[in-house]
Design a protein around this ligand. Structure first.
Ligand code: FAQ
Length: 330
């Protein structure tokens, strides 16, 4: 049974006094902002946390192609079709850089794929929602890529070199994606009544799931304390979510659209918006496999894996035979 439930238990980071000499030297490198590279010493927990986060990030990019891929054949113009094709291809590229970054930690691409297909590894909750209209493609670019950038810009400064470097290019591409989404929303918001309604409906459906992308609130985030001590994460889930709300609400206002939150209001004292409670029950249900599209997304990934088997087998057979051929030729 496919399941993505939050079930980890967080442990408080070790103090310097409780660390071995090797661990202390490692933590001091982190504290001095020196990047950790694949062959350097690293505590097992650091390696495992990175494999978990980077592989889940990679799976999200790959599964994340599916909701938008659904609209490539139906994009309203040739230009929109070309832009959407390029965006979806970018997401595939992001998945590949990230799988490569995770491989430097000693896990194979096949192992990571098996973890995804068995339900052991998660992918972002957001990709379990359907894309019902063309406005959803605008909302994904604007909100989903917007939330992704908010979370990923600090990852460019992550302590693990290969992950940090992969994020530089990814962030550049994600900002283009965000702009193309906002451009679609702008076109619809300035269009006919029906187009405006479509844009509002997409915002209504994607707003709350986008806020859930940042993960559980800080009190329930099992990994944040250790990941922040290791400078894998630079900000807490709630900090980034708040930043996203602060930047996105004025963008909705500019479009003339209404954020679907009756509790949303500017708080002068905190210089940010207060917003209503997130439905964490919905988040947990999606993680358990009960979101609107979980089964469909996993079926698509399983089919892709099975359909590609003959090709992987061919490549492996070729790689096996190549040294013998080379020796025979010498
Ligand atoms: N969905 O203790 P925390 C994109 C899990 S890329 C599913 O707070 P952590 C590009 C979490 O894994 C979007 N699961 O965990 C694009 C953990 O479970 P575990 C993906 C979630 O790692 C755009 C448990 O809950 N981005 O969108 C979610 O410290 C458009 C406890 O949570 C990344 O992966 C969730 N939303 O913080 C593509 C960025 N939230 O592993 C196509 C890198 C939490 O113990 C189209 N990742 N969980 O079983 C991160 O920054 C972090 O991993 C967080 C979670 C912030 C996602």
């Amino acid at each position: 049974m496919y399941a993505q439930e939050v079930k980890s238990t967080g442990a408080a980071p070790k103090s310097l006094a409780d660390m071995s000499a090797e661990e202390r030297a490692f933590q001091e490198r982190i504290d001095a902002d020196i990047k950790i590279e694949p062959k350097d010493f690293m505590p097992e927990g650091y390696r495992k946390t990175l494999i978990r986060q980077i592989s889940q990030h990679a799976h999200s990019e790959i599964v994340g192609q599916l909701p938008e891929g659904n609209w490539i054949t139906r994009a309203p113009t040739l230009e929109r079709k070309m832009i959407l094709l390029a965006k979806v291809q970018d997401e595939a590229g992001h998945g590949l850089y990230l799988y490569c970054a995770a491989e430097t930690l000693g896990v194979s691409r096949d192992e990571m794929t098996e973890q995804l297909l068995s339900g052991k590894a998660k992918y972002s909750s957001i990709f379990n929602y359907p894309t019902l209209t063309w406005a959803d493609i605008g909302a994904i670019g604007w909100l989903v890529d917007g939330a992704a950038i908010m979370n990923q810009v600090p990852l460019q400064r992550c302590s693990y070199g290969p992950y940090a470097r992969a994020m530089v290019r990814i962030c550049k591409e994600e900002s283009f994606h965000q702009r193309q989404g906002y451009a679609i929303m702008m076109k619809l918001a300035r269009g006919t009544d029906a187009q405006r309604e479509m844009a509002q409906d997409a915002l209504d459906r994607w707003w709350w799931p986008s806020l859930m992308m940042f993960g559980p609130s800080d009190g329930d985030s099992v990994h944040s304390a250790q990941s922040m001590a290791w400078k894998i994460k630079q900000n807490s889930n709630d900090e980034l979510r708040q930043k996203f709300v602060n930047e996105t609400v004025p963008q909705a206002e500019y479009l003339g659209l209404k954020v679907p939150d009756p509790d949303l209001r500017w708080n002068e004292a905190k210089q940010g918006y207060d917003f209503g409670p997130i439905d964490w029950n919905e988040f947990h249900e999606v993680l358990k496999g009960n979101g609107p599209c979980n089964a469909e997304r996993m079926a698509a990934r399983r089919k892709a894996w099975e359909d590609g088997r003959w090709f992987r087998d061919g490549l492996t057979a070729h790689a096996r035979k190549a040294p013998a051929r080379k020796m025979a030729a010498e």
